[in-house]
Design a protein around this ligand. Sequence first.
Ligand code: GLU
Length: 313
Amino acid sequence: MTGRGQKTKEPPPRSLASAVPVCCGRFAPSPTGDLHFGSLLAALASYLEARARGGRWLVRMEDVDTPRNVPGADARILACLEAHGFCWDGEVLRQSQRTDAYRAALAALREKRLVYPCACSRKEIAAAATGLTIDGAPRYSGRCRQGLPAGRSARAWRLITEDVEIAFDDCVCGRIRQNLARDVGDFVLWRADGPFAYQLAAVVDDAFQGVTQVVRGADLLYSTPRQIYLQGLLGLPVPEYAHVPVATNAAGEKLSKQTRAKPLQARHAAANLVAALAFLGQRPPSELAKADVKEVWRWAGAHWEIGGLRTKD
Ligand code: GLU
């Protein structure tokens, strides 16, 4: 499929071409299960928005949390994307092969004294919590900020958060403001017995891959200020963000592997795409439900408008 921007006959003048970074979107599934309708929404919206701007679209396998990975899920995710007509640029990046980059980022933060080791157990964190985080977890009290208690060793490394507002303009949700110290607290970047945290890995990889626009589910909207804060500390560029609505089941729960969302069926690819387009506010004509995958993509490429999703001006 050719993006609208790629149809331009004349290349932009050299000076302009080098000043404007090439638009680049991405889809970053975790191989903890099969793709479901909720994941299709993020894949489709990120793809259409990147292609509409003549940009690249990458796939990143977020397999950093190895114990949660389901064997074979990564291959099934890629096959399912292909069956739905997605084509990504370049190789799939696997976070399990990027731990050196995450370690280097953590070392850079350590050098600047922006992180500290924390010995607290889950129980201790809950007992000393100073309220709840925006994600509904006990907010860390900051107990180990002044140093590890005698005789204790580090279970995790935490980032020092500041009592300042982080704000950004989301392309769908409008202006979002968050005070990290109040709404999140000092958060974990690495567990001594396990993987690097999603927040750190995503930030390091979005920069490494040259991602300029992150389009993903609104369940990650309130992770974004943490990521923007980390980008600032690590001297990384801040992409544009667009958080699309998440699909829920009859019980009002977000469709996810945890809520046992049904895997997408490749034989229903065209109908799945049409349903996803409708969910994303694109008003596909009813006849499109009977069309083939190619036809659905043609319609989607010609009509995609992220404004159809905007919840605030
Ligand atoms: N791996 C995350 C997920 O599957 C998405 C992370 C992101 O898009 O930043 O929900």
